[in-house]
Design a protein around this ligand. Sequence first.
Ligand SMILES: NC(=O)c1ccc[n+]([C@@H]2O[C@H](COP(=O)([O-])OP(=O)(O)OC[C@H]3O[C@@H](n4cnc5c(N)ncnc54)[C@H](OP(=O)(O)O)[C@@H]3O)[C@@H](O)[C@H]2O)c1
Length: 270
Amino acid sequence: MPNRDLRGRTVVITGGSSGIGRACALEFSAAGCLVVIAGRRPEALEQTLAELEAAGVRCLAVPTDVRCREQVVALRDAALGLTGKLDIWVNNAGYGMVARFEEMHEDDLDAIWQTNVVGSFHGCQAALEPMRRQGGGHIMNVSSLAGRYALPLNAGYAATKHALNALGQSLGAELEGSGIGVTTVMPGLTDTGFFAAMVDKVGPTGTHLVRAMPAGVVARAMVRCARRPRERLVFAPGGAATLVLAEAFPIIFRTIARQYLKVRLSGPKA
Ligand SMILES: NC(=O)c1ccc[n+]([C@@H]2O[C@H](COP(=O)([O-])OP(=O)(O)OC[C@H]3O[C@@H](n4cnc5c(N)ncnc54)[C@H](OP(=O)(O)O)[C@@H]3O)[C@@H](O)[C@H]2O)c1
């Protein structure tokens, strides 16, 4: 099957003002798409919008809190107002949380659930309406490797990403034959504002177990995936084979988890 031509496609990206979302906005627009970015902070959106406009891209920024269904529907309608169609919807808005299990309050869990899971649920439902009408479209949910493996101190965050994986897998199966594809994107450590924005109840760490990849790496792979859709996009060090190995040999995950815990609890480094 030939690669899909992305020129003139309308793409909505939640959390499009920074990190992976911003990189997606730049890469999808470089591929010829019309990009609509959304996020809560108008000034961050304006900054990304200015960057896109400076590159001569046709784009739109819509202040949106994905936790609010009405705002997500208004975002969808604003995107439809551009060209009357909606081709790709990227549920990327999200944040992280690091906490010892016993110190995690149920309000923390509820809050992260509302953004990472309910926010993406709102996005999927808003996008599906026009995509059903058109008989085609592509939904991309930005999950995480934490959606496969729940590291210690990450129970709340990993639970949301496991839920998002389940949501996407089930929806994808339900949509088979409809012309609408669903992709679950699972980045590993990525160099973004994620760590500054996360709820951190453990305290800062000066080091990570692996080197963070640039957000552009994830974004470029997502553009390739939009051209040639697939169910999952995994960014494990060593590729998808690492996941197969880790599944077959649980000792691999336990060793990584032990190392992570040691590093994470060792405090900031000079
Ligand atoms: N960085 C990593 O290592 C990593 C690894 C795996 C997966 N991920 C996932 O990648 C996605 C993007 O994160 P990132 O790394 O690019 O972090 P980031 O730079 O902090 O970007 C997060 C984006 O989400 C937006 N956002 C947060 N809450 C929102 C809400 N309620 N409504 C609308 N927008 C909201 C933020 O904008 P506002 O604050 O203005 O709303 C921001 O644009 C997340 O889902 C994250 O879980 C990240």
